[in-house]
Design a protein around this ligand. Structure first.
Ligand code: NAD
Length: 239
């Protein structure tokens, strides 16, 4: 079933963009949703709009102690964390000669170390419950190379690899771990990219809601035999 009634889902970067769409769709499927983000106003407003079964928690995904506090509070107040969507991410770009260490550290820190910290923080609670689904947001840039995106590409390949090692390690504990690979989706992250030059077989850029169905699927029992998988949602762009 795709239903998430009675399940608790944490969505990082859930205040806007793709994460907001994931939070809305998981909530609509019946889950109680914790929107975790550094954007306090937007996150709190979204939680208030969704109302019952939604709350906002301030979290910087690079903050190890912040993760421990978030999971501890969710388990104490909501009873469990059944679903973790590691969505928070940033992007930067430069030709390799100008790709500063600060740029590299920033994107690897949020996109890869942030996912590692989230998975590590939630696993004890999921093991105790005997079930769980972790959905890690990679990208089509975790499947191919693109110029100037060096840190982003490395982080998204890293997320894909981390997903697979976790899937193998945690299967016996009833915990599934999968990655989602969105293509070009209209959000604040992609406002400067022209979709015309991307050659998308479905003929349009994606909308955040186009990816949300994949996340609900992987979060729910509809995907009960799916782990270590990479679900590409790109309108056929990388085929
Ligand atoms: P966005 O910039 O619109 O939203 C990102 C969200 O993450 C924001 O709410 C932001 O506040 C939050 N965030 C950033 N750093 C954070 C941190 N350190 N701690 C907590 N929250 C943090 O971007 P988006 O397009 O919605 O991207 C969401 C995810 O999807 C990212 O991982 C991105 O790499 C991935 N993705 C996006 C596209 C696309 O075309 N938009 C394609 C493939 C993958």
């Amino acid at each position: 079933s795709f239903a998430l009634d009675g399940r608790v889902a944490v969505v990082t970067g859930g205040a806007r963009g793709l994460g907001e769409a994931y939070a809305r769709s998981l909530h609509a499927a019946g889950a109680t949703v914790v929107i975790a983000d550094v954007l306090d106003d937007a996150g709190a407003a979204l939680a208030a709009e969704l109302g019952e079964r939604a709350r906002f928690a301030h979290l910087d995904v690079t903050d190890e102690a912040g993760w421990a506090a978030l999971i501890e509070q969710a388990v104490a107040e909501l009873g469990a964390v059944d679903v973790l969507v590691n969505n928070a991410g940033i992007a930067n770009a430069a030709p390799i000669e100008h790709f500063s260490l600060a740029k590299w550290d920033a994107v690897i820190g949020v996109n890869l170390t942030g996912v590692f910290l989230g998975c590590r923080a939630v696993v004890p609670a999921m093991k105790a419950a005997g079930r769980g689904s972790i959905v890690n947001v990679s990208s089509v840039e975790g499947l191919r190379g693109s110029p100037h995106l060096h840190g982003y590409t490395a982080s998204k390949f890293g997320v894909r690899g981390l997903t697979k090692s976790l899937a193998v390690e945690l299967g016996a504990d009833g915990i599934r771990v999968n990655s989602v690979h969105p293509g070009f989706i209209r959000t604040d992250m992609t406002t400067r990219i022209d979709p015309e030059r991307l050659d998308i077989p479905l003929g349009r850029p994606g909308d955040p809601v186009d990816v949300a169905g994949a996340v609900v699927f992987l979060a729910s029992d509809a995907s009960s035999f799916v782990t270590g998988a990479e679900l590409v949602v790109d309108g056929g762009m990388v085929t």
